[in-house]
Design a binder for this molecule. Sequence first.
Ligand SMILES: Cc1ncc(COP(=O)(O)O)c(C=O)c1O
Ligand SMILES: [Zn+2]
Length: 422
Amino acid sequence: MGGFRGYRCSICGQEYVEGEVTYTCPQDGGNLDVMLDEAAIREATNPAEIMASRDESIWRYLPLLPVDDPGHAGTPLRAVGWTPLFRPRRLAGRLGLHDLWLKDDGRNPTASFKDRASAVVVARAEAIGADVVITASTGNAGAALAGMAAAVGMPAVILAPKNAPKAKVAQLLIFGARVILVDGTYDEAFDLSLEASKAFDWYCRNTGYNPFTAEGKKTAAFEICEQLTNLSGSTNTRVWQPPDAVFVSVGDGNIISGLHKGFKDLLSLGWVEEIPRIFGVQSRGSAAIFNAFKRGTETIESVKADTLADSISVDLPRDGLRALRAATQTGGAFIAVPDEAILAAMRDLARQAGVFAEPAGATAYAGLVQAVAQGLVDSPDRIVVLNTGNGLKDIPAAMQAAGEPVVIQPDLGELRRILDAA
Ligand SMILES: Cc1ncc(COP(=O)(O)O)c(C=O)c1O
Ligand SMILES: [Zn+2]
C-alpha cells in the first residue's frame, strides 16, 4: 500500500486522517479524495518495475492503492482489470481518426468496470473487519460487489431498483447476495442503503459515497498509460504515455472521477508528463452534469432520469462535482447523446470492432462520434474510448439495437428466397 495518508474533502478541502471519517466529509457531505504518500510510493516501486510485473490485474498497482495485499490468490478478486486495449481500425477510419483505442472493461470477472471498485472495497472491508457489505446499485456495482464478496466469502446485501435488467438481477442472485429490489428509483435505493448501513452497521460500498471506489477505478487510468507505452514499443519506461483524450460514460460520475484521480496520481508522481482531456458522456435523458457543464456552473441540479441506458440513469449524480471537474480541469467536456445514438453505437462497436457493449458502455463511443462531428477532437489525437459494461447484461436493449432474426423452415429454397430478398 502506498502509504495511505488519509482523505481530503473535494468541496471544502478539509483533510482527515484514517479512522477519523469513513465515507463523506462530515461538514458538507463532500466526496473524499484518498491521499497517498508519494515518497513511500516512489520508494516502493517505479514504472519500469510495474511494467515487468506478471500480475495481469489491478493488483500490479498495489503500491499506488490505499489497501494492503488482500490475499485470496487464485480467486476472481485477483483477476480484476488488465483488460484489453484494442485498436479498432475500421471505426477509426469511419471517423477519420488515426489513433483510436478501445478499452474493453466488459471483460472483467462480472463483466463490468465496477469490479475494479468492488475489489478494492472488499479488500478494505476485510482490512477494517467488516462483517457485511451493502450497496445500492443500478445493477453492475451490485453484481460486482456480489461477485467479489462471493469470491472471498463475505456476506453482501444489494438494493437495486425493481426495473434493473434481468441479467444483472440474475448475477446478484447467483452470487448469493441478499438481493432486495426497491419499488422505486436508483436514487431511492441509494438513500435506503445509507439508512440500512447506519442501522445495521454494514460497510457501505455506494458509488460517490465510499472513497475507496474511485481508488479502484483509477487503475483504469494506470492501465491505459501503461498499455499505450507497451504497445508503442517505447524504450523509455521511466515515463508512461498518456493518450490525448479519454471518453467515458457518466451516471453518478464516479468512474470519470476515479479516472481523473488516476491520471493526477501519475502526474504528481512524475510518471506521466501530462493528463489527457477527459470527456464525460451522458444520455440526454439523464444529463444533470452535462447541464451544469453547459451552464458553466458547479451547481448540479437533479433531473428526472429517463434513458434506455439503465446503468447511467441517475436523477442526482452522487459524484457530480468531481465528475464535472474531471472535464473542466483537463480541457475536456461533457457531451449528451440521445438514446438512438447509443443504440447506433452498440451496433457500430459490435459490427466494426467486435466489442459487444451494454447501452451505458456504448454511450462513451456515441459521445466520441458527436465530439468528432463538433470538432472537439482532431484526427491525429490519440483517443481512448472505454467500454464499461458487457452487452450480455441487457439483452432486450441489444435486440432493440440489432433487430429480430428471420425464422424459416429448414428448406434450401426458403433460405435462397430470404438471401435474395436481403
Ligand atoms: C456499464 C456502466 N457504465 C457507466 C457507468 C457510470 O458510472 P458512474 O455512475 O460512476 O458515472 C455505470 C454505473 O453503474 C455502469 O454500470
Ligand atoms: Zn468538506
